[in-house]
Design a protein around this ligand. Structure first.
Ligand SMILES: Cc1cc2nc3c(=O)[nH]c(=O)nc-3n(C[C@@H](O)[C@H](O)[C@H](O)COP(=O)(O)O)c2cc1C
Ligand code: SF4
Length: 657
């Protein structure tokens, strides 16, 4: 299936077996700032899963750049050996292996090395407000030499090629773009000058690797900052000039920049259209004669095949979809696309460039962090069934894991449909893609023959009357009534976020939402109400509305979508009590109380575990476990990971928790 996608592609001196690049991305898997065993296992799984080409995460080329503590420092002398041990694992599966080379420039930080930032010009880093030093000519030379050195190391490590980062967080892009390059010397001003640093870098890298090794570019063709940034028109000209050097073998085309105000910095979530940057690749493909890869929210093989069949690009870069399921290429090629675990484009597990050194994980795929994939067992084990109560993602992942190991599983779900909180959350404005993961698990349970009873509330008596080898409680959570229960929370005009998302009819025009958690769920309910024409006011004790949306790069979009509906933000404000005609609030930094008039009050308060069934059964049945939000409310990631772990433990493939 998908004949174009899975046809070979010649990229300069090498040929990839298919047209899927697993693109470069930060993992924080490094040990002592070198590639690690964890890297090797991670990339090998994607090679085994069928990626045509893998670009290893960025290798920093010079010691003036330490963007996060666990960055891979490519200039360390042991780099060739470290690369070799990863590349050998990738090559075992007939996949090409490249290394990305980068200097983050003014998008780096001085937090870890206490050195000044280096940039083309003293334009501040928009996140940290750090102002870089304008690089002197000797600095420019040193960085170019660094690119050459690390390219040489990569070649010694046996790579098929190197990729220059001229995209997201990149000094090379910063020199190209008038947004960040305001120099008046031979490296600034007209395009020929702004291109000089990149061209000299290409020359140095070319000298280091020779013509038998691929040299590619990951290139931002639209910074979404038309007042000064790179525009699609300029990018076509830049691409043409670069390809004219005859040393570039492919281009991967991206969109967005840290300075863009009208969309997202780099990594688009489910709120942005699939394939949002493909048009840029298509425009460049029309003017160059090397392979051009489209990037950004290419979600599955069917979409990728369409892009290639319509000649919009020669290949596709897929990052998050292959984080979520390394087997995507192979399963899709073999006609099993429905068995691919889908990325839900949430940016919740995989956003790792923070000061906290958190390692890469994935909301839907516990293998990234916790374990290895469950190997299916052909035979069904005899013996008592395992009972699971709760058909949310935790319960379903446990059921899937056990069924794959040949266990008989009976699952009870109180609601008429499976999916639990995730299915509910997918009703939030623009959040339908959350439902991909519950739909996938539902299909898996059906495929694996799990006995599912929906619309059945499992009672303690019912469970004690039957014989099970184990009982897993996965009954989820419910909305609480406030950290300190809010006086008036039980008045008739008070509802909660869950009921709003479930489609409850809201009678009345003026709605006050009490936002305790600042979470995606609450914010999506606000958007839903606003889009229904309600007059919404949001109260939070936080400094601003939507803290949870910052890390996932969703806040800008949410603001843009809700602003036209005149949603009123009331930050740093405590709720005193709810009254029949509204909510009494007090500013945290001022004296006095005031009334926010409301017809309906919506509680966006912290979730509480729904653990009554577990508490009742505890001590009365053997082998009783609980997982997911009914332990304590968290995220999809923990729910699925715990489902997997308990399933493996009961099936006897993993030690006890
Ligand atoms: C965890 C993570 C880290 C990333 N780090 C880098 C990076 O260091 N260099 C780079 O060129 N792109 C990096 N990206 C690539 C994204 O900016 C990319 O444009 C985005 O993931 C779109 O592709 P996708 O929809 O296929 O995931 C990263 C992406 C992810 C998910
Ligand atoms: S954490 Fe979310 S966005 Fe990232 S790979 Fe996993 S499902 Fe996709």
């Amino acid at each position: 299936m998908y004949d174009t996608l899975f046809s070979p592609l010649t990229i300069g001196p090498r040929t990839a077996r298919n047209r899927i690049i697993f693109g470069s991305h930060t993992t924080n898997f490094a040990r002592h700032n070198m590639l690690s065993q964890q890297h090797a296992d991670y990339y090998a799984a994607r090679a085994e899963g069928g990626a045509g080409m893998i670009v290893l995460e960025e290798h920093i080329v010079h010691n003036s750049d330490l963007p996060y503590e666990r960055a891979v420092l490519g200039y360390l002398p042991d780099t060739p050996d470290a690369i070799k041990s990863v590349v050998q694992r990738i090559h075992q599966h007939d996949t090409l292996a490249l290394v990305q080379l980068n200097h983050n420039g003014q998008q780096s930080t001085s937090d870890h090395n206490q050195r000044e930032l280096w940039g083309a010009s003293p334009v501040p880093n928009v996140s940290s407000r750090e102002v870089p030093k304008e690089m002197e000519l000797a600095d420019i030379r040193a960085v170019i030499d660094g690119f050459g050195l690390v390219a040489k190391y990569a070649k010694q490590g046996g790579v098929d090629g190197v990729e220059l980062q001229v995209s997201d967080s990149s000094l090379l892009r910063q020199f190209l773009s008038p947004l960040t390059n305001q120099r008046s010397d031979t490296y600034g001003g007209v395009l020929d000058n702004r291109l000089r640093f990149l061209q000299e870098t290409i020359e140095a890298v070319d000298n280091a690797i020779g013509s038998d090794t691929i040299l590619g570019l990951r290139f931002c063709a639209d910074e979404l900052a038309p007042w000064a940034g790179l525009t699609p028109e300029q990018s076509i000209e830049i691409a043409r000039l670069l390809v004219a050097t005859r040393r570039i073998n492919y281009l991967t085309v991206t969109m967005g920049s840290i300075l863009s105000t009208n969309m997202f910095p780099f990594t688009a979530t489910m709120h942005v259209a699939p394939g949002y940057a493909v048009h840029l690749a298509t425009a460049i493909k029309a003017t160059v004669n090397i392979p051009v890869f489209a990037a950004g929210r290419i979600m599955n093989a069917a979409q990728a095949e369409r892009i290639l069949a319509e000649q919009q690009a020669d290949g596709v870069e897929m990052i998050r979809p292959l984080i979520a399921d390394p087997m995507l290429p192979r399963l899709s090629h073999n006609g099993k696309a429905t068995q691919v675990r889908p990325c839900i484009f949430c940016n919740q597990g995989c956003q790792v460039r923070s000061a906290m050194n958190v390692t890469l994980s994935c909301n839907v795929n516990p293998d990234v962090l916790h374990s290895s994939p469950v190997e299916p067992t052909a035979t069904r084990t005899s013996g008592l069934p395992v009972c699971i109560v709760g058909g949310g993602v935790a319960g379903m992942e446990a059921a899937r894991t056990l069924a794959l190991q040949g266990r008989r599983v009976i699952l009870y779900e109180r609601e008429a449909i499976l999916g639990g909180t995730v299915a509910l959350a997918s009703n939030g404005a623009g959040r339908a893609e959350l439902g991909l993961i519950s739909d996938y698990l539902i299909a898996e349970l059906e495929r694996l023959g799990v006995e599912v009873h929906t619309g059945v509330e499992a009672t303690p008596q019912m469970l004690m009357e039957q014989r099970f080898s184990a009982i897993i409680i996965a009954t989820g959570a419910h909305t609480g009534t406030g950290l300190l229960p809010i006086p008036g929370h039980d008045l008739p005009h008070v509802t909660d976020v869950r009921r709003v998302l479930a489609g409850e009819v809201i009678n009345g025009q003026r709605v006050v939402v009490i936002d305790e958690s600042d979470s995606h769920g609450v914010l999506s309910a606000i958007e839903l109400l606003a889009s229904q024409g309600k007059q919404v006011e949001v109260v939070t004790e936080d400094w601003y509305i939507g803290r949870d949306l910052v890390a996932t790069q969703d806040l800008t979009g949410w603001m843009q979508r809700t602003l036209p509906h005149n949603v009123v933000h009331t930050p740093h404000t405590s709720v005193v009590r709810i009254e029949p005609n509204g909510v009494i609030v007090a500013d945290k930094y001022a004296d006095g109380e005031r009334l926010l008039p409301a017809d309906i009050v919506v509680l966006g308060t912290y979730e509480r575990p729904s653990s009554t069934l577990y508490d009742t059964l505890k001590g009365r049945v053997q082998r009783l476990y609980r997982i997911g939000d009914c332990v304590t409310p968290r995220r999809i990631e923990q729910a699925i990971a715990e489902g997997r772990q308990i399933g493996e433990m009961i099936a006897g493939t993993q030690p006890s928790l």
